[in-house]
Design a protein around this ligand. Structure first.
Ligand code: GLA
Length: 416
């Protein structure tokens, strides 16, 4: 059997050197600086962000580095270490939503979104990316890219939002607009908030109710796995993304329809009133009874119970009740599999193997339809459990998975 590969994070020096080298090789001059932003794993609270719910991401040590230089015109040129010989280019002037094709829509869309918001001092730029955030793995490589560019543009054009947590919310909005409106990839804010607002050693409890101010909508929860003798294993299943075209948007639209039928602004409103009811089980059943079809009932049950699981997880973890925390991971995955139907056989198999090999709990993380799982395991056991998953994948004819070690890391920052 092949030994399972672990993806290492680029160090500060490696990331800076690679991004600068690609920049100078491509554009023939020095960048103004280097910035980076991390990928993320969401500990719990999946498909809740667009329902004004709760989620709990940590930033990964795996980051995207961007070397960037401001230009005097409105041209944007971008290159990435995935394809170092092809430079993509667009003119920001006159650019419309959806006007850039391919991966370059993500970075160029950030400048477009800032200008659309009224920050017309943002002009063109040249940028070179070097990243160790695996692509298409549900670990938010796209948010790592858009957030690194947002912070770089903020800096070189003197917008002044990057220096404070509240200011960063403006940059998050631009990163989301780029993904939603320029790249056409639906996203609910979890990924960009994680990449811009996480603190090392902490999980970010994000409350997505739109009426909350930036000061009110996050709280930093200590997340010191090492101190508890634990590790968080991430396994990227490398499952080919199946059926994902439009599936995320469909889930989202059904949640909006359900909220309309229930007469509430979002499913969060229902979740909160159910949580406050004298008999929450009965209140949940009454809510589900008001919905017209079985699929919608299951989708709503996932969202409402998942929001409650975030609260329970935060409580359990703060009490160092790791068994309870692990059970909540398991319940989250099972709900995503049975009720929300966003898992694939590779995700379910990886979770099963992790659980039967001693993980306290395991679940898919991110949007689903492929991507990664996370497993809470005793310190020193990640390698062995990842190998068991790889062996099972080989036996079942799945693609070889890869693994990485998740340590709660810092958000986007200037590197050089
Ligand atoms: C993707 C989206 C996020 C969130 C998750 C599911 O990662 O980009 O906004 O909806 O799926 O929790």
């Amino acid at each position: 059997m092949d030994t399972v590969a672990f993806i290492d994070a680029l160090t500060h020096d490696e990331g800076v050197a690679r991004a600068v080298r690609l920049f100078t090789d491509t554009f023939g001059e020095q960048p103004d600086g280097v910035w980076s932003a991390p990928g993320r794993v969401n500990l719990i609270g999946e498909h809740t962000d667009y329902n004004a719910g709760l989620c709990l991401p940590i930033a990964l040590p795996h980051r995207t580095f961007v070397a960037l230089k401001a230009r005097k015109d409105t041209t944007a040129r971008v290159v990435s270490d995935i394809s170092p010989n092809s430079v993509a280019q667009a003119d920001l002037k006159g650019l419309q939503a959806g006007g850039v094709e391919g991966w370059s829509a993500y970075p160029i869309g950030v400048a477009w979104a800032l200008r659309e918001t009224g920050f017309t001092q943002v002009q063109g730029f040249d940028a070179a990316f070097a990243s160790c955030v695996p692509l298409g793995s549900g670990l938010s490589s796209s948010a790592a890219m858009t957030c690194s560019v947002a912070l770089a543009l903020d800096d070189v054009y003197g917008l002044g939002f990057g220096a404070s947590d509240a200011g960063r919310v403006t940059l998050i909005t631009a990163a989301m607009a780029s993904e939603n409106d320029m790249a056409g990839a639906s996203t609910g804010g979890l990924d960009q908030n994680a990449s811009m607002r996480c603190i090392a050693g902490h999980a970010l409890l994000l409350d997505c109710r739109p009426e909350l101010t930036p000061l009110e909508n996050v709280s930093q929860q200590p997340f010191d796995l090492e101190g508890l003798g634990l590790e968080l294993l991430v396994v990227d299943t490398q499952a080919p993304h199946q059926l994902n075209d439009g599936q995320y948007a469909q889930r989202r639209a059904m949640c909006d329809d359900a909220a309309r039928i229930l007469g509430v602004a979002s499913l969060r409103v229902s979740a909160d009133s159910i949580a406050r009811a004298a008999d929450p089980f009965q209140a949940l059943n009454e809510t589900l009874d008001a919905l017209p079809d079985a699929t919608m009932k299951r989708r709503v049950r996932h969202v409402i119970t998942e929001i409650e699981r975030v609260r329970s997880f935060v409580h359990a973890f703060a009490q160092h009740d790791i068994v309870a925390a692990g059970q909540l991971f398991n319940a989250s995955h099972d709900s995503l599999a049975a009720d929300y139907e966003v898992t694939v056989p590779e995700l379910d198999a990886a979770v099963d193997v992790a659980r039967s090999n001693g993980a306290y709990g395991a679940r898919m993380t991110g949007g689903g339809f492929g991507g990664s799982i996370i497993a809470l395991v005793d310190r020193g056991r990640s390698q062995e459990i990842a190998q068991r998953i790889a062996d099972e994948f080989a036996a079942r004819g799945f693609h070889a998975p890869r693994a990485l070690a998740a340590v709660a890391s810092d958000s986007a920052r200037r590197e050089a």
